[in-house]
Design a protein around this ligand. Structure first.
Ligand code: ATP
Length: 221
């Protein structure tokens, strides 16, 4: 059985996350994908991040009706900053040893991985799936992949070599890192928060249940 771990601030969760999750599940035959909202994200401006309770609830609403998507509150239960390495170790320990785990993230997140706690260890623990994400100024995403090759070889290990056939970086001792082209949806939490603040509609950027929750709770206003 193959299971994905998809962490994020989800401030709020939006269709960029949801469509990406669906395409990765289909592309990699993942039977389940855990959405793991970060309780205290180490790399975000925490003033802009609404409470983890609200972010968990919006995520729950957004994934309702998709049995392969599972909400995890593991980072809420752990005190202190939310580090991916701790979350990955938690799932490795708690899930059946026959499960193949994959860490899923966008290429923007991957290109900052060298700032994460014990990041090199992650490559020794599990394979990763790295998804395309539109560049803000419309540059072609082939550029992201070129940068990624330089990045993975400089920051992680020179021995990572790309296989065009498999769309994957392989290493003789570390786990593979897959590159995956998904539908490009130029949606971000930043954009949604700004739209709400400016009184503009966020319809079709987030599920209606999330939109209603945002207005009912008056968050991001
Ligand atoms: P913010 O704008 O607040 O920084 P965000 O929209 O980038 O937020 P996060 O919760 O920080 O969302 O992202 C969680 C994960 O989802 C990251 O790995 C990120 O790369 C990925 N992701 C977010 N939006 C998209 C998108 N539109 N397409 C593909 N991946 C995405």
């Amino acid at each position: 059985m193959q299971i994905g771990l998809f962490g994020g601030t989800f401030n709020p969760i939006h269709y960029g996350h949801l469509r990406a999750a669906k395409e990765v599940c289909q592309g990699f035959d993942l039977e389940q994908l855990y959405f793991i909202p970060s309780a205290l994200p180490p790399h975000k401006n925490n003033q802009e991040v609404v409470s983890v309770v609200d972010r968990l609830e919006m995520t729950r609403l957004a994934i309702t009706g998709n049995p392969e998507f599972i909400l995890s509150d593991v980072e809420l239960k752990r005190p202190g900053l939310s580090y991916t390495i701790d979350t990955v170790k938690h799932f490795k320990k708690s899930l059946n040893t026959k499960v193949d785990l994959f860490l899923v993230m966008g290429v923007d997140a991957f290109m900052e991985i060298d700032t994460w706690k014990s990041f090199k260890q992650l490559f020794q623990i599990l394979p990763m799936i790295i998804m395309t994400r539109p560049l803000p100024d419309g540059r072609p995403h082939s550029l992201e992949w070129e940068n990624m090759t330089a990045f993975i070889q400089e920051k992680i290990s020179r021995s990572y070599q790309f296989s065009v056939k498999d769309g994957c970086y392989y290493h003789n001792r570390h786990h593979p890192v897959y590159r995956y082209n998904i539908s490009m949806l130029e949606i971000s939490g930043t954009k949604i928060r700004k739209q709400v603040q400016q009184g503009q509609s966020i319809r079709f950027l987030v599920p209606e249940s999330v939109e209603n929750y945002i207005y009912e709770r008056g968050i991001y206003a």
